[in-house]
Design a protein around this ligand. Structure first.
Ligand SMILES: Cc1ncc(COP(=O)(O)O)c(C=O)c1O
Length: 401
């Protein structure tokens, strides 16, 4: 049996008439860049996330870059980012002209560890020497909600308040995830206990609509969400070369516009998102049951007060057997992936920042142990059973739950 880690053709087959109608609508409208479809999607995503503004941009990477630029991050600034994340989180910081300051993760959630953020902020007074010897002023932190579960936003917002930092949520993998805790917003010093959506807690939140995401386009796309009128306006300007009105430039921005075809496709998909999320959660619970007690495997942790939307179902494979298991599953026709095999502080392009192996041990251990299993709403029960049986037989554990 061949089971891919993700099969987007099944989703298209299930909603073909809606997608085809959306594409047809744009093609016949003759409006292909920004315009009414993008504006409608922006309103719908803002309502979905419970925020005032949503601004469509060309990708999740650009959502991060434009957010950083909107809060004034540039040369001389440092931005705290987890080392264990997709490259774009740190790449955007570098491309804004700033320095990524790598932080370790909580081994249970794989998300940025607030205690390590505090260590960084207090060990050098919020500055860190660069290669050139000049200090970097830390001005922002980017919590990443990895695999679909939110980072510890109460602690992160409290730190942001204490150290006067901007918080830019990288919610690329977490659209629809919720956080139900006491929130303290750095911006208004207010405290309230409520459920908030991923992206809606920090000063700005960033989404990716890369096709493999839970809400995926048929090309690149991204969105920035915020409650802040001024920041929303700056992101709107930055996506069109910093202009407002057209041809009058307040800033040097980018060409980072969302196109109407992607917006129309996303609008067709958005009404299905919650049902797809529920399917992912059901599949995750079934994996939990099927894999319970397998020696050598650690199942995903669900932090209290948060919903996990299972962009990925990621296990830890202990005792150095991850790559052998992956090869074995591959030979059985089962697709898996390692998100991510090398933490960012050890990437060649950041060698000049001076990090060494051993600096961020939990990020390094996660890179050696994680393995993501097939996960998409249309995954059939018999396919899941086959995946679990194959894992059990690799570990020589034939007992069924
Ligand atoms: C955590 C994270 N951040 C940022 C991005 C960048 O998004 P995009 O690929 O849309 O540029 C992604 C997606 O690939 C991601 O997973």
């Amino acid at each position: 049996m061949a089971i891919p880690i993700l099969d987007l053709t099944r989703q298209y087959a299930a909603i073909k008439p809606e997608i085809d109608a959306a594409i047809q609508r744009v093609v016949t409208s003759g409006r292909f860049i920004l315009g009414p479809e993008v504006e409608a999607l922006e309103r719908e995503i803002a309502a979905y996330c419970g925020v005032k503004h949503a601004v469509g941009v060309a990708s999740g990477t650009d959502a991060l870059l434009l957010s950083l630029r909107a809060v004034g991050i540039g040369p001389g600034n440092g931005v705290i980012v987890p080392s264990f994340t997709f490259f774009a989180t740190a790449g955007a910081v570098h491309n804004a002209g700033a320095t990524p300051i790598f932080c370790d993760i909580d081994p249970q959630t794989f998300n940025l560890d607030p205690a390590d953020v505090r260590r960084i902020l207090t060990s050098d007074g919020g500055t860190r020497p660069t290669r050139h010897g000049s200090p970097t002023q830390i001005k922002a932190v980017i919590p990443v909600h990895l695999y679909g579960q939110m980072a510890d936003m109460d602690e992160i917002m409290a730190l942001a308040h204490e150290f006067n930092l901007y918080v830019i949520e990288d919610a690329a993998q977490a659209i629809g995830a919720e956080y139900r805790c006491l929130l303290q917003r750095a911006a208004d010093h207010g405290r309230r206990s409520t459920a908030r959506q991923a992206g809606a807690i920090g000063h700005l939140g960033c989404f990716s609509f890369f096709p493999t995401k839970n809400l995926g386009a048929y090309g690149d796309g991204g969105m920035v969400v915020t409650d802040d009128d001024e920041l929303a306006e700056r992101v709107r300007m930055l996506r069109v070369h910093g202009s407002k009105p057209k041809y009058y430039h307040h800033l040097v921005g980018y060409n980072s516009r969302l196109d109407a075809l992607q917006a129309a496709i996303l609008r067709a998909k958005l009404p299905h998102l919650d049902a797809w999320t529920a399917e992912r959660q059901r599949i995750a619970s079934r994996y939990d049951e099927l894999l319970a007690g397998v020696p050598g495997i650690q199942l995903p942790y669900r932090a209290s007060g948060r919903t996990h939307i299972f962009h990925q179902y990621t296990v830890r494979v202990l005792d150095g057997r991850r790559d052998a298991l992956r090869e074995d599953l591959q030979s059985m026709g089962i697709g898996t992936e390692v998100y991510y095999p090398l933490p960012l502080h050890l990437q060649e392009c950041f060698v000049h920042l001076g990090y060494r192996e051993g600096d961020l041990p939990e990020s390094e251990r996660a890179s050696r142990e994680v393995l993501s299993l097939p996960m998409f709403p249309e995954l059939a029960p018999e396919e899941q059973t086959y995946v679990a049986q194959s894992i059990r037989s690799f570990f020589g554990s034939s007992s069924q739950p």
